[in-house]
Design a binder for this molecule. Structure first.
Ligand SMILES: *Cc1c(COP(=O)(O)O)cnc(C)c1O
Length: 388
């Protein structure tokens, strides 16, 4: 063969069966082959295992799917290129024109926009409630046949803790499925509840390093299988290299989580004592309205701390800009600490009633706590607060 041909048909390398890499390789290949047409057709007929096209499945992705499903105490998982793709694909896979969805003011703004605007265009109706108002949830589901209840716990950004047992029982009673965006709790929490589907932004705690995006939806095999073709046809597939980075992040997941939760508690305990701070939202504080529930539902209280500056929105801007260790940006779950200023958090398009449900005030600041030394983080906060 000529060199031009040889470089496009490189020699394969195979390992002896008793010789394995300790870290799984990245299967950075779109296509996989079988020896002949008959075996290829057997694969299509689901009569043999294997891989054929990476938008459908890929060994590196399959390893991550199995790891995440196990962490969440379920048996199946579908991966996507971002967290919001996991949510939007799941909604598109489960809903049709005429279906009704219940969602909540205390949730990730793009999720709300997708339900209201995008799904609204396809004839899906939706009712927005407050996630801790269980009586109105019960009434709404009793009055309107509902396909799906979409919620978060703890909620972003104010860290309200929803009662998972109550919400799932109400939904079950009225024949609705539940989709829990479990991003802030992490995939090791909440598996013991009767939740049908868990969505995660892997961009956050699984990556952990702020350098890769990904999403996952996790549930029982039969429900996940019913959505598999829709996900393949919608197409926001996770790249194998991103899956590899997420698998690498997963190895230090608990080390980071434990450290970040410890640092967050330390910061919350500092903030409650500070005169410039009107209110601290951290479920780990015994004074927090979600404390008892979070203690029952989670292994720990999370890595986010939200608080209200008494002085309001402009003080919030000055404070956030004065911080040196907390980067002024969105997202969460990274090794470095991050801050979102009140001006960046204000919801748009809410009625006064919905604004009250969102619990976001003019001085609300959201911190994502990293793995730095907690003494340095507290000093940074103290110095920025002293400028107000
Ligand atoms: C970040 C986030 C998402 C979206 O995830 P991306 O990976 O950014 O697409 C969804 N839900 C919550 C609660 C999030 O924090």
């Amino acid at each position: 063969m000529k060199k031009r041909t040889r470089v496009t048909h490189l020699p394969g390398v195979s390992l002896p069966p008793d010789n394995r890499p300790l870290v799984a390789p990245i299967y950075q290949s779109v296509k996989f082959t079988f020896d002949d047409v008959a075996e290829t057709q057997k694969y299509f007929a689901k009569k043999r295992d294997g891989f054929y096209y990476s938008r459908v499945s890929n060994p590196t992705l399959q390893q991550l799917e199995q790891a995440l499903a196990g962490l969440q105490d379920r048996d199946a998982c579908l991966l996507t290129a971002s967290g919001i793709a996991a949510i939007s694909d799941t909604l598109l896979a489960l809903l049709k024109a005429g279906d009704h969805v219940v969602y909540f003011a205390e949730s990730y703004p793009p999720t709300r926009a997708f339900i209201r605007r995008t799904l609204g265009r396809f004839g899906v109706t939706a009712t927005m409630l407050s996630v801790t108002d269980y009586a109105t949830l019960e009434q709404t589901l009793a009055g309107t046949p509902t396909r799906l209840v979409v919620f978060e716990c703890p909620t972003n950004p104010v860290l309200n803790v929803a009662d998972l047992e109550r919400i799932t029982a109400i939904a079950r009673r009225h024949g609705a499925l539940t989709l829990l965006d479990n991003t802030l709790a992490g995939p090791h929490n909440h598996g013991q509840y009767d939740v049908d589907l868990y969505a995660h932004s892997l961009t956050k705690f699984v990556s952990g390093h702020g350098d890769v995006m990904g999403g996952a939806v996790i549930g029982r095999g039969e429900l996940i299988d019913s959505m598999r073709d829709d996900f393949t046809h919608l197409g926001p597939t996770l790249d194998p290299h991103a899956a590899y980075l997420l698998l690498r992040g997963l190895k230090t997941y608990f080390v980071r989580w434990d450290c970040q939760c410890r640092n967050a508690l330390r910061i919350a305990e500092f903030l409650v004592t500070h005169p410039a701070v009107a209110r601290v939202r951290y479920p780990g504080l015994p004074s927090d309205p979600g404390h008892a529930l979070a203690q029952r539902q989670m292994d720990s209280f999370g890595t986010m701390v939200t608080f209200d500056l008494a002085a309001g929105v402009e003080a919030g801007t000055r404070f956030s800009e004065a911080l040196k260790l907390f980067a002024l940006t969105s997202s969460l779950g990274s090794t470095e600490s991050l801050v979102v200023a009140p001006a960046m958090l204000q919801p748009r398009g809410f009625t006064p009633e919905q604004l009250a449900w969102s619990d976001i005030g003019p001085g609300t600041v959201r911190l994502s706590v990293g793995i730095e030394d907690p003494d340095d983080l507290v000093d940074d906060l103290r110095e920025a607060l002293a400028l107000l």
